[in-house]
Design a protein around this ligand. Structure first.
Ligand SMILES: C[S@@+](CC[C@H](N)C(=O)[O-])C[C@H]1O[C@@H](n2cnc3c(N)ncnc32)[C@H](O)[C@@H]1O
Length: 252
């Protein structure tokens, strides 16, 4: 192999550093990853060491995880074939390899359809869309959200039916508190109800990411472990009024 083809490992890094996602790869690879994912520069290096040629070779990853190998191979111009035993890994691979998603459509569906419905679902089970003390944009509870949402789908929302005891028992104790879990379930319910096929998987994966990074109390290092429940930040929300006509809160 000629030296021109060699991809140098990131300079000045020890063993642990070499296995880390490098900043220049973060935008494409970093938004959904797990600890066992390969670093993209490793994939690049092996494709070159193997002398693989995008004009005639395919890259097959039967254990695709969160898709570093197929994503990096596609970036290098290879056709890819991927599989994994884990359904979330399959979802991550499918979403990270779908590069023609209309992001305006994703945003429109989220703001106009998903959030309003999730919001109504939570009020149905007497839960505010955001923790009382949470610091966040009032997006979830905007007046438009309530006006736009279709009330008929709300009646089907039942957190216990969405997460039967058998499934709930699989969640290790303390990994997610009940309220954030119900908020996640409301979002999942709304995504599944209103998002079209092209946008649904992307939203599901983004939600899965939120469970790990925001809603849940999960740490990695490298094993998975439980973190203490999150402390609330100072409130920054618009107060809501009750609209007595349909039992759904409305804004001033
Ligand atoms: C180290 S990760 C793969 C990393 C990935 N190739 C990348 O490019 O980042 C290993 C993956 O193998 C999957 N796996 C383990 N045993 C498997 C099996 N018998 N069949 C299919 N997938 C399996 C796991 O679910 C996990 O996602």
């Amino acid at each position: 192999m000629s030296s021109a083809l060699q991809i140098a490992e990131p300079p000045g890094l020890g063993y642990a550093g070499k296995n880390r996602l490098q900043p220049e790869d973060a935008a494409i690879h970093g938004w959904y990853r797990f600890v066992l994912g390969y670093p993209p520069h490793l994939v690049r290096e092996y494709l070159h060491r193997l002398g693989a040629n995008p004009a005639e070779d395919w890259v097959f990853d039967p254990f695709s995880g969160t898709a570093t190998t197929p994503v990096e191979a596609r970036l290098q111009g290879f056709s890819t074939l991927s599989a994994d035993a884990n359904r979330i890994a399959v979802l991550a691979t499918r979403v990270k390899l779908a590069w023609d998603v209309d992001l305006d459509e994703v945003q429109r569906t989220l703001l106009d359809d998903v959030l309003p419905l999730a919001c109504r679902c939570l009020h149905r089970v007497n839960l505010t869309p955001a923790p009382e003390e949470a610091q966040q944009l009032p997006l979830f509870e905007s007046p438009l959200a309530f006006e736009r949402s279709n009330g008929s789908a709300v009646n089907g929302f039942d957190p216990n039916a969405l997460l039967p005891d058998k499934a709930a028992a699989l969640i290790p104790k303390g990994f997610v508190s009940e309220k954030p879990l119900h908020r996640v379930l409301a979002l999942k319910y709304a995504i599944d109800k209103v998002a079209g096929y092209a946008t649904r998987d992307l939203m599901r994966l983004a939600l899965a990411n939120t469970i790990v990074t925001t809603a849940g109390n999960v740490g990695f290092g490298p094993e998975v472990y439980r973190l203490p429940p999150k402390r609330m930040l100072r409130a920054c929300r618009i107060p809501m009024k009750r609209d007595t006509t349909d039992g759904v809160p409305a804004h001033p």
